[in-house]
Design a protein around this ligand. Structure first.
Ligand SMILES: Cc1cc2nc3c(=O)[nH]c(=O)nc-3n(C[C@H](O)[C@H](O)[C@H](O)COP(=O)(O)OP(=O)(O)OC[C@H]3O[C@@H](n4cnc5c(N)ncnc54)[C@H](O)[C@@H]3O)c2cc1C
Length: 393
């Protein structure tokens, strides 16, 4: 039985054996994983202790008090938030043991090869092909909007393995080696000036069948695990009260009394309350997650996150008056992570435009909430029984 006291004791033993002040960061993270204190709800041997997820807070508090290094979760968000739950749910023992440890320690960055030029919201229409060749699959196609492809060592990939079946049924899910010579990554410059995401061209990429997740043809179901977790991980980061974007806008208000008006005050207060409601809703969602996989509620959370980020960053630019038009850096950087609070107001304003597109657009998430949370009639879907090869493209 692993309870809070036992976890506290285990964490203290880890700290005593590997004092953070004198232990190399990576050595500490590997030791933490091996002690089952990485994600306590994961199985024994895979960085966890089969303990309730809620007890992670006990470990984190002990480690933070001792000044222990963390695994820089923002840098490896796709791995932690999306690849890991899918590997855990569908990977073989070998696959889980091979990939989860370096994923968690941040030694190996992951990216998500899902969207294509002709398949975004309608992801199941994707055309990247995977053809079986002996013990391998050979993959050809093009992906787009792939965040972190330029830093990633591995990717989660969905590809079409049977074009004769309707679009949702002929898809298979793989782990793709980003160092394969057939993988070409090209930057895509965004409205912010950065190239945080990429086009990825796949030409004759070989993937061993052992790196398939789930059954052949069952990739759509496997992808749901990734997508449900993606929505929670995009909108669901834990932040303190008045943390994140609202903290930045409130700071401008406090620091620049000359720019205050009643109307701006009213808008700021309304957004402050909305941000606090969203923060507390996130806490509740995390508590629900303790009980299992995220459901469509994650879509509602992500919807709110996108709206709020856009509204708050818009208000911050307004509060700054003409200073809000100044942009700190147009260099085409290739960032490793999205840092909403590390840059200026203009960056936040421009970058948050993507929040209502990434991880499912606002319109598509509204459909999910309408159908799966509110039980409203579904959208007409006339193509779901038509073989993929016969669909108009
Ligand atoms: C910052 C950022 C990072 C991203 N990172 C990744 C990544 O790492 N990996 C990855 O695979 N993808 C990534 N994406 C891609 C993202 O998932 C897609 O852009 C998104 O799913 C929308 O697809 P699309 O761009 O093809 O737009 P489309 O699907 O063509 O949509 C165009 C418009 O039509 C609307 N629309 C479409 N269908 C419906 C419908 N049924 N009902 C009502 N309206 C509809 C949409 O809401 C949208 O306004 C990223 C996107 C962004 C912006």
């Amino acid at each position: 039985m692993t309870d809070a006291a036992a976890l506290q004791e285990r964490t203290r033993a880890l700290l005593a054996a590997h004092p953070p002040a004198t232990t190399d960061r990576l050595d500490f993270l590997r030791a933490r994983y091996d002690a089952g204190l990485a994600w306590v709800h994961y199985p024994v041997g895979l960085g966890g202790l089969d303990a309730p997820r809620s007890l992670q807070a006990v470990v984190d508090a002990e480690l933070a008090a001792a000044g222990a290094p963390d695994n820089d979760p923002r840098r490896i968000g796709i791995g932690l938030g999306m690849a890991a739950p899918t590997l855990l749910a569908y990977g073989s023992d070998e696959v889980r043991s091979r990939f989860l440890r370096p994923l968690w320690t941040g030694e190996e960055v992951w990216c998500q090869l899902f969207s294509e030029p002709g398949a975004g919201s309608d992801l199941a229409a994707l055309g990247t092909r995977a053809v079986r060749d002996g013990d391998d699959w050979v993959v050809d196609g093009q992906k787009v909007w792939t965040s972190s492809a330029h830093t990633a060592r591995w990717a989660i990939l969905i590809a079409r393995t049977d074009p004769d079946l309707p679009k949702h049924r002929g898809i298979t899910y793989f782990v793709c080696d980003m160092t394969d010579p057939g993988v070409e990554v090209r930057p895509l410059r965004q409205i912010t000036g950065e190239a945080e995401f990429n086009e990825v061209f796949l030409t004759g990429v070989r993937i061993p069948d052992a790196h398939r997740l789930g059954e052949t043809g069952d990739g759509w179901r496997v992808a749901q695990t990734t997508l449900m977790n993606e929505r929670v991980s995009i909108g669901g980061a834990r932040i303190p009260r008045e943390g994140g974007m609202i903290g930045k806008a409130a700071a401008v208000w406090r620091e620049r009394p000359a720019l205050r008006t009643h109307a701006l005050h009213r808008d700021l207060l309304a957004l402050w309350v909305d941000a606090e409601v969203a923060r507390l809703t996130g806490e509740r969602l995390r508590q629900q997650l303790v009980a299992g996989q995220p459901g469509p509620e994650g879509s509602a959370m992500k919807l709110g996150f996108a709206r709020l980020n856009q509204a708050i960053s818009g208000l911050e630019v307004e509060l700054l008056a003409e200073d809000g038009l100044v942009y700190d850096d147009w260099t085409m950087r290739r960032p490793e992570l999205v840092d909403f609070t590390g840059r200026d107001a203009g960056y936040r304003y421009l970058r948050s435009k993507g929040n209502s597109i990434e991880g499912g657009t606002t319109e598509v998430l509204l459909n999910i909430v309408a159908e799966r949370v509110l039980g409203l009639p579904p959208e007409p879907r006339n193509d779901k029984d038509v073989p993929w090869k016969d669909l108009a493209r």
